[in-house]
Design a protein around this ligand. Structure first.
Ligand SMILES: [Cu+2]
Length: 467
């Protein structure tokens, strides 16, 4: 009880210091929203309305322990099992938690960097893969989730088998020696490790990524993810998803094999092949959550009247901008997630490199609705998906092949899934001695919070708290 009380005092003090920081980050993009208007304050209580949909701004008023808050967030204690597009959508790694004697919440994370990890990035069979550089085995890396005021320790371990030095650069407010640019934090050699310490502030949505030169190549190879710093008081209740927009420049991968030639037509698949030949300065494949076209082939099942929240980030390199467009609906948007209330109401969102924020919406009408980049070249190369929206208790029209967000937002114990190698995939990038370790991304499982087997590694973690 004492510990909880101290925690609450600490987080409350931090909370009241927040508004001055929030004012500076408001965006004028799209239609602006009056945070005090009635529409916004009433939302979600009248899901049948066709007018500008409301959003419930009620917040939890009772004090929360860190454990109780983590349960609301849908936190997973599992932070090292690689995710796939099914699990990544709702997988929040909240670290190993310790409550210090002064009440501070300490969260420890481990990010294990590996190179030359085969990762499948298209759904076709044979599919296209890349020899990725990854945090904890997958592209994107895990979504880390903490609360404002928490003390965060992220240990980054660069695998001894790596050929390059790497680093962890986080956005948010922290000291220079934790920025992943200078000193030992900015250059972790193969076999080395470094622990980044900082107090999580301010609340918002932040990308993290390696910042070693050339940065665009280190990011293109897969070294990025999202960290969510939640406000001290929970955001209004909603079912939550993470969407990371990314791309793959195969020419950049290919450079490590041949500094001149891009991938040949014969090496690439279908519509990606000619794109690679024509455009060497941008990406040939785009996706949301790592695999092109994944949610086109596996629509996300939603229900009408339910409030949803998407933590969205754009980590596409080589293209100066990306976008998010939702069909049959409008959404509220909080730039960088650094406010509780939105400043924009629109159905298209333009995102520069590294930009991110929070989307909130509900659906009034059932139907199958596309969400995608409103930049057709990017859509055609993989960044699109579908929401299969039904009324509550109805079967989705496409849900037999889809994923049900309803069953994922409060996940139960994950089930291990045995994956099979996919030796027919084409791997772009470094020479591969054997394709047997094809990543588990090709495995899907309907309506379940599944996990997949880890990519193989000859090294064992030096951090017993994560075993
Ligand atoms: Cu790197």
């Amino acid at each position: 009880m004492f510990v909880s009380a101290v925690f609450l005092i600490v987080t409350s003090v931090l909370y009241v210091t927040q508004p001055s920081m929030l004012l500076a980050s408001a965006s004028a993009q799209g239609n602006t929203v009056d945070n005090n208007n009635d529409n916004y304050s009433r939302q979600m209580s009248s899901p049948g309305a066709v007018t500008k949909p409301p959003i419930n701004t009620n917040t939890v008023s009772v004090p929360l322990t860190a454990a109780a808050y983590d349960r609301i967030k849908g936190c997973s204690s599992d932070q090292h099992t690689p995710t796939n597009p099914v699990t990544y959508l709702t997988h929040f790694s909240c670290g190993h938690v310790n409550i210090l004697s002064n009440g501070t919440v300490l969260r420890k994370f481990l990010l294990h960097i590996q190179e030359n990890v085969p990762v499948t990035v298209t759904p076709d069979n044979p599919s296209v893969g890349v020899n990725a550089w990854v945090f904890n085995g997958t592209i994107p890396g895990p979504t880390m989730r903490v609360t404002q005021g928490d003390h965060v320790q992220i240990t980054v371990w660069n695998d001894p088998a790596a050929k390059h030095a790497h680093s962890l650069h986080m956005h948010s407010i922290h000291s220079g020696d934790m920025d992943g640019m200078m000193g030992p934090a900015g250059n972790i050699p193969p076999g080395g490790k470094y622990t980044y310490n900082f107090v999580a502030q301010p609340y918002g949505i932040y990308p993290y990524h390696c910042h070693m030169q050339p940065v665009e190549s280190h990011i293109n190879h897969g070294l990025y993810g999202m960290i969510i710093i939640d406000p001290s008081k929970p955001r209004p209740q909603a079912k939550e998803m993470v969407m990371m927009l990314n791309g793959y420049n195969l020419v950049d991968f290919k450079k490590e094999m041949d500094p001149v030639a891009p991938p040949t037509v014969a090496q690439l698949q279908k519509n990606f092949s000619d794109a690679t030949q024509q455009d060497q300065g941008d990406n040939q494949i785009y996706s949301v959550n790592g695999v092109a076209f994944y949610y086109r082939d596996n629509p996300i099942h939603l229900v009408t009247g339910q409030k949803y929240r998407i933590y969205l980030a754009n980590m596409v390199e080589f293209d100066p901008e990306n976008s998010f467009h939702m069909h049959g609906n409008m959404f509220y948007y909080v730039p960088s997630g650094s406010q509780l209330k939105p400043s924009m109401y629109n159905d298209i969102l333009l995102l520069g490199q590294g930009d991110r924020g929070v989307i909130e919406f509900n659906y009034t009408f059932p139907g199958v609705f596309m969400f995608h980049a409103h930049i057709n070249r990017i859509t055609d190369r993989g960044w699109l998906g579908f929401f299969d929206v039904t009324r509550p208790r109805e079967m989705g029209t496409m849900s037999s092949m889809g994923k049900d967000i309803e069953s994922l937002v409060f996940p139960t114990a994950p089930e291990p899934v045995t994956t099979s190698p996919t030796p027919t995939s084409l791997i772009i990038g470094q020479q591969v001695s054997s394709p047997k370790t094809e990543a588990a991304l090709t495995t899907t499982k309907e309506n379940n919070n599944t996990t997949t087997a880890s990519s193989s590694s000859s090294s064992s973690s030096p951090f017993p708290f994560l075993q």
